[in-house]
Structure formats: structure tokens, C-alpha cells
Write a protein that binds this ligand. Structure first.
Ligand code: GSH
Length: 180
């Protein structure tokens, strides 16, 4: 299988960590994708032109990251990352919360990338930032370290502790950190 992603993608990183946790790392070759390059085959693999995409050996594409994690979990026997039974919905809600946080962070990054400084909408940026603040009351993630200089850490010592413990238990967290 091929994973189309980029080193800085938080959604791609999630899939890479899932691969490591599920013991499937060796089954996947990571091929870097450039979402801005119209010539990249990515747009044929996923008409949305988004990463990550998992391309199976028969050529079938699986996206988005939530579906990829679901697929990988099934491949590993099922119920390893996303349990069956009553806990399933709770885990999926946490997963949706994680993705929503990354979406809100990414939208702020994209505003900076696509809009000239005098055309940026402060109200829109604040609207997205407030989502992150609300989620941070519950927990936080590495993408905020990468793009927002770890500013969340000062106000959320409990989450720093949680993330340190998660990183200690899962070497793939550090291995997949974007170091560019
Ligand atoms: N819901 C998607 C979000 C993926 C996403 O937003 N990926 C970003 C990179 S981190 C992307 O491909 N952006 C390019 C674009 O939106 O055109 C997922 O979970 O995979």
C-alpha cells in the first residue's frame, strides 16, 4: 500500500501513528504528495486533492484520514484502535474532535498562506481560534506545537503531562514529528 501524505500534515501524522500502533508500518510505503501541484497524481487518487490518501495494491484509494484509520484497524483484526460496542461512539467522537481541532488550526494557517496580509479576516481567525480554545479545555495535540509555537502549553499543564505520557508510550509520536 502507498500512503500519500506530507511530512507536516497532522492528518497524515495521525495515520502514520496508527500504522505504528497497529504494527502495519512495514506494509506501507509513504510517497510525499504536493497538494499545490496540479500535475501530482494525488488529484486523481483523491478528487478533493487532500492528503492523506491510502492507495491499496489494487489501486483503490481510501480517504479521508478517519476512514483510513478505520480501514487499518479492520486490517489489523478490528477493535484495536476503534473498539466495538458501547465505547465505539465515544472514541469516534474524540476522533471527530481531534480532526475538528486540526481543521480549525489548518484554516488559520491557510488564511495566512492564501490571503495577503491586508485581506486577512481577523474575525474569521478568531472564530477558528476559539474552537481550538474550547477543545483545549478537553485536550491538545502536536500540530499546535508545530504551527503555533507550543503556546497552548502554558495554560494547559495537565495536557502537557498527558501528551508527554502518550509520547513516552508511543515512539511513533516523536518519529512522525515534522522537523522541517
Ligand atoms: N478531513 C480530512 C482533512 C485533510 C486535510 O485537510 N489535509 C490537508 C493537509 S494537512 C490538505 O490536503 N489540504 C489541501 C487542500 O485542502 O486542498 C482528513 O481527515 O484527511
Amino acid at each position: 500500500m502507498i500512503l500519500r501524505s506530507s511530512p507536516a500534515s497532522p492528518f497524515g501524522r495521525k495515520v502514520k501513528i496508527a500504522l505504528a500502533v497497529l504494527g502495519l508500518k512495514d506494509k506501507v510505503e509513504v510517497v510525499v504528495a504536493d497538494t499545490n501541484d496540479a500535475a501530482d497524481v494525488l488529484r486523481q487518487q483523491n478528487p478533493l486533492g487532500k492528503i492523506p490518501v491510502l492507495v491499496l495494491d489494487d489501486g483503490k484509494s481510501i480517504f479521508d484520514s478517519r476512514v483510513i484509520v478505520e480501514y487499518l484497524d479492520q486490517l489489523a483484526g478490528g477493535g484495536k484502535m476503534i473498539p466495538a460496542g458501547p465505547a465505539r461512539i465515544d472514541v469516534l467522537v474524540q476522533h471527530a474532535l481531534a480532526d475538528g481541532l486540526m481543521d480549525a488550526a489548518l484554516l488559520q494557517v491557510l488564511e495566512g498562506r492564501w490571503r495577503a496580509e491586508d485581506r486577512r479576516e481577523a474575525k474569521w481567525l478568531a472564530y477558528q481560534a476559539e474552537k481550538i480554545q474550547r477543545v483545549l479545555k478537553v485536550w491538545a495535540l502536536g500540530y499546535l506545537d508545530l504551527r503555533f509555537e507550543g503556546k497552548w502549553r502554558a495554560d494547559h499543564p495537565k495536557m502537557v503531562k498527558w501528551l508527554d505520557a502518550f509520547a513516552a508510550q508511543n515512539p511513533s509520536f516523536e518519529e512522525t514529528r515534522f522537523k522541517g
